[in-house]
Design a protein around this ligand. Structure first.
Ligand SMILES: [Zn+2]
Length: 461
């Protein structure tokens, strides 16, 4: 890249790089437009709340809806109503309270044990409530896209859907919609590394832990709590290592949430169909320390992240503490996870240690299941153009002829724009001196879709 162009709007700077001045200008203009479009879609009521905070009445309502929905879906199952952390996803239209809808409700605080990792994408790796809630949202998004796949012309917008077609191919969350994540307590990792009694004024930070703030942290296998990645030997875990008893490490929920602020909640696969879906707000039921939470979500990387490929950007979710009496629960956390999503009748009860249902069957939230939905949809819907490496502009991806033979990992690589955004995030963490993202053994994603021929009614249920 020989040329760099900086475009300044008010006091915001947008950089573009290219092999010619023309291409660099184009890249800078695209980066600026992506941010301006996002700003234009900002909710009208955002101005009523303090800067960076969600309106209190809406936050309280979101907390109430998620708790009520959980009680409703679990009313006949007292055993599994036991929980430590509760999470949920609520979608609103124009941030209005009246039509707020609960899309997902989940519980859980555990991860899969190394020996139960799956080579066919059938076990869930991480059943922390907020991570499971995000998978439920993905399932909801697949169901929204299915409505379009069932239409004679998928480019005609549907009133009842949360997504809409984009001119030129692909879909996006409707501009009028907001996605809110509720969690009953601060996500594990950086957003929770402070004493609950710590004073709420931010500076000066004299806490003995302050030098460790912002560090990437991992959950530890079959335990609660997190440790900084600097104490891990290797950022690439190996299959045989884990099978031999090396502890399986999973990034903390705070780190995953920071990743969602850059790469979106939709993940690699859906990025072939959908523009990034960002969180409008994070609402906590307890332990909200806005200063720490903001740092965990985006503050720790904002000075280090650059050259994100449009339409990806660093998105700053609004924060809020919902009025609820969520108390610290010293009791031992159950090792199951409850997952309910708007497409399902009854919730799934997942054994977080095996990553599967208690019956031993895979969850509808597992990779294999998501992959099958993806295979069904990409053959029927117009694909989202992807930014190409040579900066000549977005290119519509082509599906391979033998899509049934495609490995899960190869499918993820079909979205180069998403992969680049993710790389920029990892670079930002390492430039900031906060450690390297720990990745799971590569063997986990080397599988083909084994249920691609399944009945779509079952697949998307
Ligand atoms: Zn967690």
């Amino acid at each position: 890249m020989r040329f760099k162009v900086v475009c300044t709007i008010k006091d915001q700077k947008f950089e573009g790089y290219g092999s010619s001045k023309k291409l660099a200008k184009l890249a800078a203009a695209r980066a600026a437009l992506a941010v301006l479009e996002q700003a234009g879609a900002a909710p009208p009521s955002a101005g009523l709340a303090p800067a960076g905070m969600l309106q209190q009445t809406l936050a309280d309502h979101i907390g109430k809806l998620v708790n009520e929905k959980f009680n409703e879906v679990m009313q006949h199952d007292l055993v599994h109503s036991k929980r430590k952390v509760l999470a949920g996803i609520v979608i609103t239209t124009h941030n209005r309270i009246e039509d707020a809808r609960v899309i997902a409700v989940t519980t859980g605080t555990k991860c899969v044990s190394g020996e139960h990792m799956s080579v066919t994408g059938r076990a869930l790796n991480d059943c922390h409530a907020e991570v499971a809630a995000r998978r439920c949202l993905q399932r909801h998004l697949y169901a929204q896209l299915l409505m379009y796949a069932n239409q004679p012309d998928p480019s005609v917008p549907l009133e009842q859907s949360d997504v809409e077609p984009v001119a030129g191919g692909g879909f996006q969350l409707k501009r009028s919609r907001q996605v809110h994540l509720y969690v009953s307590t601060a996500p594990c990792g950086d957003g929770r590394i402070f004493s609950p009694h710590e004073h709420h004024h931010a500076e000066p930070d004299k806490h003995p832990n302050r030098l460790a703030r912002g560090q990437l942290r991992t959950k530890i296998e079959s335990g609660e709590g997190t440790i900084p990645v600097k104490n891990c030997n290797n950022s690439l875990q190996t299959w045989d290592g884990v099978m031999q008893g090396e502890r399986l490490l999973t990034m903390s929920c705070s780190d995953k949430a920071a990743r969602w602020s850059v790469a979106g909640l939709q993940g690699a696969l859906l990025s072939l169909l959908l523009r990034p879906v960002y969180l409008t707000s994070l609402v906590l039921g307890s332990l909200l320390h806005p200063h720490h939470m903001y740092r965990a979500l985006c503050g720790r990387i904002e000075a280090y992240i650059s050259s994100l490929p449009p339409p990806f950007l660093l998105h700053r979710p609004l924060l809020s503490r919902a009025a609820s009496a969520e108390a610290r629960t010293p009791a031992r956390a159950p090792s199951f996870s409850v997952c309910w999503c708007s497409t399902m009748q009854a919730p799934e009860i997942i054994n977080a240690t095996t990553g599967k249902l208690e019956s031993g069957q895979p969850s509808m939230l597992c990779k294999q299941s998501m992959f099958a939905r993806w295979q069904y949809l990409v053959r029927r819907l117009p694909l989202l153009p992807q930014e190409s490496e040579d900066a000549t502009g977005p290119v519509t991806p082509r599906l391979p002829d033998n899509i049934e033979q495609l490995l899960y990992n190869e499918a993820k690589q079909m979205c180069p724009t998403y992969q680049l955004a993710k790389r920029r995030l990892f670079e930002a963490f390492s430039k900031a001196g906060l450690g390297s993202w720990v990745r799971r053994p590569l063997e986990q994603d080397q599988f083909v879709c084994e249920i691609s021929g399944a009945d779509p009614h079952l697949l998307f249920a």
